[in-house]
Design a protein around this ligand. Sequence first.
Ligand code: SF4
Length: 353
Amino acid sequence: MSLQRKAVEIGRFRDGRLIYRLDSDLPPMGYIAIGVIDRGTNVIQARPTTICPQNCIFCSVDAGLKSIHRWAEYVAEPGLITRGVESVLKIKGCSVEVLLDTIGDVLTYPWLVELIKELRNINGVKSIALETHGLFLSEKLVDKLHEAGLDRVNLSIETLNQDKARFLYGTPAYSVNRVLKVAEYLVKETSIDLHVTPLWLPGLNDEDLLRVIDWAIRVGAGKKWPPVTIQKFIKHKYGRGSWIREVSWSDFWSFIDELEKKTGVRLKWSMDEWGMHYARRIKPKYSRGDLVEVDVIARGWLRGEFLGVINGEYLIGVRGRRGLRVDIGRRHIARIVGDKDGLLLGLLEKTIS
Ligand code: SF4
């Protein structure tokens, strides 16, 4: 099968964004939006989908129905993720946590339960966690995730106030009370742990965080892992919330100290306490400056970017140099211009077939 036919268009948003299904035979690494990422620790990031049902005003990756920078979304077949995790494990020499942390919301993934079951069966996978804002959480889904072998849910919840939540999450479909109820069920009725990870939005949810922390402790979050971690709001080039105040790291840590004093809850944890440590890193064969042949197989997630494959081995995000026409299904010569954490970006220089 040609590489291009391994990225199949399966739908389209009203704004013209295409949804691709990525075949499990495609390379699992190299692209930030989908697949598997190794950042040199015992935690492997796994991203099986990019789709999100929310429209958070602070979204760092411009996800959801009102995205303006995206022109494609992906859903990867489970085999692409499991192969990626297996190939990273071969290099690591230690057991790992698989963290399902997408640039969307992983609860939209149609094969989530199957994927977790398959990950559970891989030798060397010690724990499996997922990150979500919880819109699609239900008691029925929690039961299935529990049975499949999920160990932890990292729940991002920025406020307990219903109206504010709908404003922050950009959707009337979000019910805080429902999400809280399901999270409480998860803690009480299953062995899955709950780790609450609110984002501090300076000036918008300072007081709300006190109530979120209080709720997390009261319902028993942190059975095995730390109960709460506060995240810092950081502006991103393609993210939303440019009008939200971004504070310095020293102001952030002072705020966390204050929160700890007010709540009596510890909010700072070492890597060690998280069970995290540095571990051998996969060294990609290709790096910045290399000239490579790239098959362009689909649109990239950001407008103007394309998804390519180098030599059948790595995914890469590419753009054409000024004046170059980029066609999906054709092969090009590209220079690699970015390779941080094995995430490859390239500039297409010419078309060769
Ligand atoms: S912050 Fe998360 S839940 Fe909200 S729009 Fe972005 S990806 Fe979706």
